[in-house]
Ligand binder design. Structure first.
Ligand code: ZN
Ligand code: ZN
Ligand code: FE
Length: 757
């Protein structure tokens, strides 16, 4: 009596890859199967989400067509494939327990800001009233708590917390928003905060919040454990406190980030356009660099006209603002100068008492450190300065197989990158490897990534510079090791973001990077592809008197340029900056240049910016990386459209005429804001003219821009627009930073092109 049911006579398997774990994908699929009136199963595997359906070919196609448009907000689907398999009958819809099946890993989700539904629940659900670890499948911690795949509670630092019956009910109820939300928790069973203030220890957020608000109001500095590490918080309106924090943190003049209560208050203090608003409100909640509207305490931004701002992203931030009159807090990384952000409660209590008056910690471990990410918007596109919380470890999809390659990155601003099939997985922001703790964080994170991604490097690629600790790491690894030129890696990194694999005009304006002629490069005009490069031109080489010292003492660079233009006669010039430098120092420096003592040659664009910033007496000593160029950009008068003369020679570009004119302008009393604008406009002219020259000789029309100097918004924005208007196709960074944190991606691809093909 077998009556054949046409809709249920066959079984199809569907595989969905991409960011589909830890984002409520299985419940979504479960509900979708029910909604389509079908039967089957859904399973998390470490290579994606695997679905079996009893249905016809027509039905499976309808089902698949429904996946992308209805997928959960935090998911990101790469690929959906399906095939007919042997018939397996299902009685209903089941969720199969997670299984490890292969070494192919699908995406690990990044951390997501608390969602609006959870904020509502925080005011209505009895077991979660003001409970600051509330989360659901659409929000909450991910990368920072994950130890292994597949993504399940016991593979995270939530393992220690046993779900209470209420939470378990939600976790197992298919119609609930917390169905299979791995970090699910409530006041009865989840993590909790502890506030340590002097001899007093307070438990539970309800008791803590009023005290915490009071501490901040009373000019205290509080260390607050965030998602990916500890942060230092204080009142951004109190100059005394902010100045104290600055002094204790040993951070002279690098601006602090500020978190505002909401968008409305934020807009009182900063100008926000539509694109910037989108970044501020995105699930990733980065720090966004904006133009300042109204000043906070002067020590927050220390003379810059921009401010790094963000909106609350943890439930605790929302709760804190409910208890506080102050509409904003300084929220800066909890670390000692160059060390990585602290993640351990014990280490915070050991290292931060010199800075913090009180500690707000919680009893769930942070497994993966992730500092706040920093972005800006140029020409309507988000640009990353620091890629970390919220962005990491989202992979970059490639058209090339890079499996088994580890790229060790640069040194000063390091990220590493590993290759898995056709995906590049960039690490979170590491920092300066020369710092002992940062280097330990680097090697430890490589090990964590190897485990998490079942990754076993077969080829290791590093920078050309033999002294970089990342190069030495590669050399000591015992794995076949290739070296890649720094600026070639910059350009290929940007090419990779845009899937370019052909000859292009590459323009890298940068600080430093070792060239293949043994000199220090950093203003490279090249024709390159993902395998090779040909250097066409560069800014004229200049001696760096004192070597690495020049980055901390930009005045040295100004003297180097003046000496090359005027010889000794510049010393009698009436230039304000010269009056700040002892005559003997200038004398010694000129002698060192003559005798070529510790005066490596550099074509670095960053050094040219340093020289001009010092020459106009804006920044003769620099207290943090790239301070001089940043200050030069900050003061420029955008309505001054003039530019200075320069000379494009056969193999390089000379700025002798530029310097003569700047000196004349200083003597004539032209405002520094105008000099800065004219200098910036000069660089824009040079880049555009060089692009035209190379195009006319090579017939190439695609220009790829990369390197740290393109963090300069004025420069990047205007160069892009000018090149566009002259018919070029222009490519710049959007997914990884244009600074050295993006280099590993380029290294990875060059190694793959040269050695895998
Ligand atoms: Zn939520
Ligand atoms: Zn619970
Ligand atoms: Fe660089």
């Amino acid at each position: 009596m077998s009556v054949k049911e046409p809709l249920l006579d066959s079984t199809y398997s569907i595989r969905v890859t991409g960011l589909v774990q830890g984002v409520g994908f299985r419940p979504f699929i479960y509900k979708l199967i029910v909604a389509h009136g079908l039967k089957g199963s859904v399973e998390n595997r470490n290579d994606g989400v695997f679905i079996l359906l009893n249905c016809s070919n027509e039905k499976v196609q309808e089902f698949i067509a429904d996946i992308r448009p209805k997928a959960p907000p935090a998911s990101n689907i790469d690929n959906i494939t399906f095939e007919k398999v042997e018939f397996i009958p299902f009685d209903g819809v089941e969720i199969v327990k997670s299984a490890s099946v292969s070494d192919t890993i699908t995406d690990v989700s990044s951390d997501i800001a608390v969602c609006d539904d959870c904020l509502k629940d925080m005011k209505t659900q009895p077991n979660r009233i003001d409970y600051p670890f509330i989360n659901c499948t659409n929000c909450g911690p991910r990368f920072t708590i994950i130890k292994d795949l597949p993504y399940d509670r016991e593979k995270t630092t939530m393992k220690e917390f046993e779900m209470c019956p209420d939470c378990r009910k939600e976790y197992t109820d298919i119609l609930d928003r917390r169905f299979h939300a791995q970090p699910v928790a409530c006041a009865h069973c989840g993590p909790e905060y502890t506030l340590i203030s002097g001899r007093e220890t307070i438990y539970g957020s309800r008791n803590i919040l009023p005290v915490l608000a009071q501490l901040l109001k009373n000019k205290k500095i509080v260390a607050i454990k965030g998602l990916g590490g500890f942060f230092l918080a204080c009142d951004p309106f109190c100059e005394e406190t902010v100045a104290r924090l600055r002094k204790l943190k040993n951070r002279e003049s690098k601006p602090f980030a500020v978190m505002f209560r909401n968008m409305e208050t934020l807009q009182e203090y900063a100008f926000v356009d539509e694109d910037e608003e989108k970044s501020l409100l995105s699930l990733k909640r980065p720090i966004v660099l904006l133009k300042q509207k109204k000043e906070l305490a002067p020590s927050v931004t220390v003379g810059f006209n921009t401010i790094g701002v963000m909106l609350p992203y943890m439930p605790l931030h929302h709760l804190l603002f409910e208890h506080m009159e102050i509409p904003a807090i300084v929220l800066t990384s909890g670390n000692i100068s160059d060390e990585p952000i602290i993640i351990d409660n014990e280490i915070a209590l050991e290292k931060l008492p010199y800075i913090a008056d009180a500690f707000l910690t919680y009893n769930r471990d942070i497994h993966n450190r992730a500092d706040d990410s920093v972005v800006t918007v140029v020409n309507h596109k988000e640009r990353l300065f620091r890629r970390s919380r919220g962005y990491v470890p989202t992979p970059i999809n490639l058209q090339k197989n890079v499996d088994g390659i580890l790229a060790t990155g640069a040194e000063l601003v390091n990220c590493f990158c590993l290759g898995k099939d056709k995906q590049a997985i960039m690490s979170q922001h590491m920092g300066d490897l020369k710092n002992f703790e940062t280097y330990a964080f680097y090697t430890e994170t490589i090990e964590k990534f190897k485990r998490l991604y079942r990754f076993n490097p077969k080829l290791i690629v590093s920078d050309l510079h033999p002294d970089y600790l990342s190069t030495q790491y590669a050399a000591q690894s015992g794995i076949p090791h290739v070296k890649v030129q720094h600026h070639h890696a910059h350009i290929v990194s940007c090419m990779t973001e845009h899937h370019l694999d052909e000859d292009v005009i590459g323009i890298s304006l940068d600080g430093t990077g070792l060239g293949d002629d043994g000199h220090i490069w950093g203003s490279e005009f090249m024709i390159c592809n993902t395998k090779n490069y040909q250097r066409i031109s560069h800014f004229a080489y200049m001696p760096l008197p004192g070597g690495d010292k020049v980055t901390k003492e930009p005045w040295r660079m100004a003297v180097s340029y003046l000496y090359s233009v005027y010889g000794n006669s510049f010393r009698s010039f009436d230039l304000p900056f010269l009056k700040n430098i002892p005559t003997a120092s200038i004398e010694l420096l000129c002698q060192a240049i003559d005798k070529k003592i510790n005066c490596p040659l550099s074509s670095g664009a960053g050094r040219l910016f340093d020289a001009v910033a010092a020459l106009i007496n804006l920044c003769t000593l620099s207290s943090f990386h790239a301070e001089a160029p940043m200050r030069l950009e900050a003061i420029l008068n955008p309505s001054d459209k003039h530019f200075y003369p320069f000379e494009i020679r056969e193999n390089d570009i000379s700025f002798q005429l530029t310097f003569q004119q700047i000196v004349n302008d200083i003597k004539a009393g032209l405002p520094v804001a105008d000099i800065s604008a004219r200098f910036h406009n000069t660089i824009i002219k040079v880049v555009v003219q060089m692009a035209n020259d190379i195009r006319s000789k090579s017939n190439l029309n695609k220009v790829v821009l990369s390197g740290g100097t393109f963090q300069n918004k004025y420069l990047l924005g205007n160069i892009e627009n000018e090149l566009h208007s002259q018919g070029f196709s222009v490519y710049s960074h959007e997914k990884v930073p244009t600074n050295d944190a993006g280099i590993a991606l380029g290294q990875l691809i060059i190694a793959a092109s040269q050695h895998i093909g």
